[in-house]
Design a protein around this ligand. Structure first.
Ligand SMILES: *Cc1c(COP(=O)(O)O)cnc(C)c1O
Length: 393
């Protein structure tokens, strides 16, 4: 017996249950089509909602920044300074989102870790939606605060949880995903904000899948519901619709100022590079210039979801371009994904622990980079595989 035999057994277990992740290798830029494991396929996987990941303006901006600043940040911002591009990006994002101030992090994941653990501690309680993203859950654990999970998207359950814990904490924080990434449903933010106001509790929303998707020209969930100034902390990412990489915390300027002092990933880990920041700035330019890409994204999403329902697929409760195709057991979802790939469509299966057991699915990510022919090809492949595997008639 070796010290790591248990790992080999765990890995075998994952393979038997259809939960072992086999990561495919990409050999091209992101777009409607991709070279995956050497094969030209339709891309239904990426969070590149607006097709910006390989947009000529973003690529050009990154090239120019590379010429001026090189490729690496060389040290953390608090110690070695920060480029004017990073400073400008934070200003532009604050204006874009209608927030008082913005601080950027390396990723959405570190934005959640940094923000949550800087705002609450051991004497405090966090009220967290039961289906919140892993980075929120980890941020909550890291903070040491008591975690009270409430029923998904249920403002009444949130209020009950607050009443239950009312006497037992110093400070509190309510946290919800804006768009839930596995089902594509939207948090009832106006109701949650009302509860937060009633009990005078800080409220934070993670808008990773709403950034560039919801609201006017992609300004996010707070704009979508017209709640400017009423949500204390808005986390986001520039790795999805923005097509680049990086995390955002937008909100009250005192909170942002505090995070510049105490947001640990900001203090102890290097920032995104200057070319990343320049590409993000180009993304903000494009979003401010026109709503064309956001409109096309929604057009495509509505068309695809309607047609999938007509074919008889269960696409769940999605209200956004995220299109889950719920299949049930993980091995079926994996087989479905493999057969789609053979049909020239790249759409990965998702199983436990990312989604509940028995709710394994293919998640289709619709993008503004798709045209109607792409969507037609995808629908035909889904119809063929769905019939072959007995999922639809
Ligand atoms: C993707 C995602 C993140 C992480 O964003 P990265 O920038 O990729 O680290 C955080 N929260 C939610 C809800 C997400 O969907």
């Amino acid at each position: 017996m070796s010290k790591i035999d248990w790992l080999a057994q765990e890995i075998d277990g994952l393979k038997e249950q259809g939960l072992y992740n086999r990561i495919r290798t990409i050999g091209s830029a992101q777009g409607a089509r991709l070279i995956v494991d050497g094969q030209d396929v339709l891309n239904f996987c990426s969070n590149n909602y607006l097709g910006l990941a390989n947009h000529p303006k973003l690529v050009e901006a990154a090239k120019e920044a590379t010429k001026k600043f090189g490729v690496g940040p060389a040290a953390v911002r608090t110690i070695a300074g920060t480029t004017d591009l990073h400073v400008e990006l934070e200003k532009r994002l604050a204006t874009f989102k209608g927030a008082e101030d913005v601080i950027t992090f390396q990723s959405g994941f570190t934005a959640n870790l940094g923000a949550i653990s800087a705002l609450v501690g051991k004497e405090d309680v966090i009220f967290s939606d039961r289906l919140n993203h892993a980075s929120i859950i980890d941020g909550c654990r890291l903070s040491g605060a008591k975690i009270a999970a409430y029923e998904h998207n249920d403002a009444g359950a949130l209020e009950d949880a607050i009443k239950e814990h009312a006497t037992s904490f110093r400070r509190a924080l309510i946290i919800t995903d804006g768009v839930f990434s596995m089902d594509g449903d939207i948090a009832p933010l106006p109701d949650l904000v009302e509860v937060a106001k009633k009990y005078d509790i800080l409220i934070m929303v993670d808008d990773a899948h709403g950034e560039g998707v919801l609201g006017k020209g992609g300004r996010g969930i707070v704009d979508h519901f017209g709640l400017h100034g009423q949500v204390d902390i808005e986390v986001g990412t520039m790795s999805k619709a923005f097509g680049v990489v990086g995390g955002i915390v937008a909100g009250n300027k005192v909170i942002v100022e505090w995070l510049r002092q105490r947001g640990r990933p900001f203090l102890f880990s290097s920032a995104v590079t200057a070319p990343d920041a320049a590409a993000c700035l180009a993304a903000v330019d494009l979003l401010e210039e026109s709503t064309e890409l956001v409109d096309k994204l929604w057009d495509n999403a509505k068309y695809f979801k309607t047609e999938m329902k007509k074919l008889g697929f269960d696409t769940g409760v999605s209200e956004t371009p995220i299109t889950p195709v719920i299949l049930g057991e993980a091995p079926l979802a994996q087989q479905f994904s493999r057969e789609l790939f053979d049909e020239g469509v790249f759409a990965m299966s998702i199983g436990f622990p990312t989604v509940a057991k028995g709710k394994a699915r293919i998640r289709v990510m619709i993008s503004a980079s798709h045209d109607r022919d792409d969507l037609g090809q995808g629908l035909e492949a889904f119809a063929r595989v769905g019939k072959r595997l007995g999922v639809i008639q």
